[in-house]
Design a protein around this ligand. Sequence first.
Ligand SMILES: [Zn+2]
Length: 343
Amino acid sequence: MAAPSETDMLTKLDIATPGDGEMVRIADDLLWFRFRLPFRLNHINLFALDTDDGWMLVDCGINSDEIGAQWDAILPQLQTQKPVAGIIVTHHHADHIGYAGQLADRTGATIHIGQVEHDMARWALAQSEDSFAAIAASTYANFGLPQALVARTTKVGNYYRKLVGDFPEAEIITTDSLFHTIAGRWKVRFDAGHAPGHLGLYDPDRRLYIAVDFLLGRISPNISVSLRDPDGDVLAHYYDYLAGLDDMGEDWQIICGHDWHYFNGAQRATQLITHHDRRLDRLRAADAPQTTADAMDSLFKMKLTDHEVFFASCEARAHLNHLVTRGEMTRTMEDGVAVFHNS
Ligand SMILES: [Zn+2]
């Protein structure tokens, strides 16, 4: 989580946060609503774009009865005006994609998603309880996490499928896709870092950017290796993304998948670069070789649930891997555990 000093200069959009069952207008063609989630990050922001064909929903929530009940409150308000024309899924994380299948069933609308995130979701959903658990357990062992946690992970089975429902045929969005609304034209971009092919929507004429999870205002987006690829350098992709936001200055409105929305993506990008630089500094400062579990302990001081250990350990590893890419650390394997040494 970013230190307050990194965020206190951001100018929030002057829009009241929607309460349960409420929708709030952000732009002429963009409605915002918020659903509660059973995690430390206890809510998600969802959106509806107003098009001539109907509403294009943006993201879905996890697959749960509680999320279904929250859609019960929102869908009729939308559908008395016009039908749901489509469901855009920005990325494969469970809080964004989990309820997509049920939402498609309930509305008859087609799901739209980028290829990379589509394939990530399909892969995770296709894993048996055993194979998913085996991958998670072997990566956790590689991280040097406690045996008891590795054993618990094995018992959980396919954790992704507990939060994500069946995912039907979807239409693949590309960067050539354009979403015409009653008020503008939203272009598509795909970025890697928080997820490998995360979809953002932006309208350059109106200086609006639906950044979802890539440029959150309050917390730093989780930058994590995937359990399948613990040696990947995803932080390099995220730094590239942040370095490319210079043009989204103070006249841009940044619309986020969690917390509040704000002006000036370039400013936030600078803050997030500093945030990750500091994390790298903290890992560089270790005076002994460190495992991923050690790095997690030094970056995340709070007590973590198993769900949170997943994010925290994968994020710690992403930072270690990036130091290897930069030539500042080397990685050795000791009894199946990756150990990182300052070069
Ligand atoms: Zn996400």
